[in-house]
Write a protein that binds this ligand. Structure first.
Ligand code: UDP
Length: 240
């Protein structure tokens, strides 16, 4: 069982951007397979894993709103549907290597996936299944980071593990400034006051109000996902 590890139940947030890898395609199957393999190793240790997937690799509502008369809500619904595509891809990959996985959507698509039912999600986790939450919060004007914080609080997961393409949170943009320093520990206060672009304000505030620590780490480094889930030191830890 997961007793000897730091976390017993985690909420892994995988952004759409991370799923795209360095390919020109929307989804890089090497990335989904790497996620599946590492999640498989930790579920075997008894750690319960829930996943929230983003959709930015396919469609981001905010950047399309306004185009050709597309209002923000409609654009956001398309964005939420994009997350469902990613979720099904990830589920299929996980099941191809034998990890029982359920997708739950924030709005009904009953022929494709289960609707989100909190108690049912928890039951799946207790049975060792991975649960992928799709369609964000189900509401326009929100993000999948907020969905991650919300679902984490709802299912009593202990941490939000935010998988990105950078090693963690830096004091400056590491792509522009070679002297940018990786910050290993941050408070919520530091994140919001220094405007460190970790998550949107709604998401980070929800974490803060519910004392949910957030780990920001690089998913493209082999072994990092498993490390983060097992609670080993990786990336940036935000808390306190
Ligand atoms: N979205 C939304 N409500 C939510 C979550 C997501 O409307 O609760 C929409 C929004 O348009 C967003 C898109 O879905 O741009 C994809 O999600 P997000 O940008 O959070 O994905 P990520 O950045 O993680 O790839």
């Amino acid at each position: 069982n997961g007793q000897s590890y730091r976390w017993q139940r985690v909420l892994l947030k995988v952004s759409g951007e991370a799923l795209a890898g360095d390919q020109m395609q929307n989804i890089d199957p090497k990335v989904t397979m790497a996620i599946a393999r590492e999640v498989a190793t930790v579920t075997r240790l008894g750690i319960e894993v829930a996943i929230v997937v983003g959709g930015g690799n396919i469609f981001r509502g905010s950047s399309w709103a306004g185009c050709s008369g597309l209002d923000r809500s409609s654009a956001d619904y398309i964005g939420m549907l994009a997350t469902v595509m990613n979720a099904i891809f990830l589920q299929a990959t996980m099941e191809s290597i034998g990890i029982p996985t359920r997708v739950q959507t924030a709005f009904r698509m009953s022929e494709v996936a289960e609707p989100y039912i909190r108690r049912r999600a928890v039951r799946h986790l207790e049975k060792g299944r991975v649960v992928i939450f799709a369609a964000g919060t189900g509401n326009p004007f929100f993000t999948t980071d907020t969905a991650a914080a919300l679902r984490c609080a709802e299912i009593n997961a202990q941490v939000v593990l935010k998988a990105t393409n950078v090693d963690g949170v830096y004091d400056d943009d590491p792509r522009c400034n070679p002297n940018a320093r990786l910050l290993e520990d941050l408070t919520y206060q530091e994140v919001t006051s220094k405007d460190l672009s970790v998550m949107d304000m709604t998401a980070i505030t929800l974490c803060q109000e519910n004392n949910i620590p957030v780990v920001v780490f690089n998913l493209s480094k082999p072994g990092n996902i498993a490390k983060a889930i097992k609670g080993e030191k990786v990336g940036t830890l935000i808390g306190g």
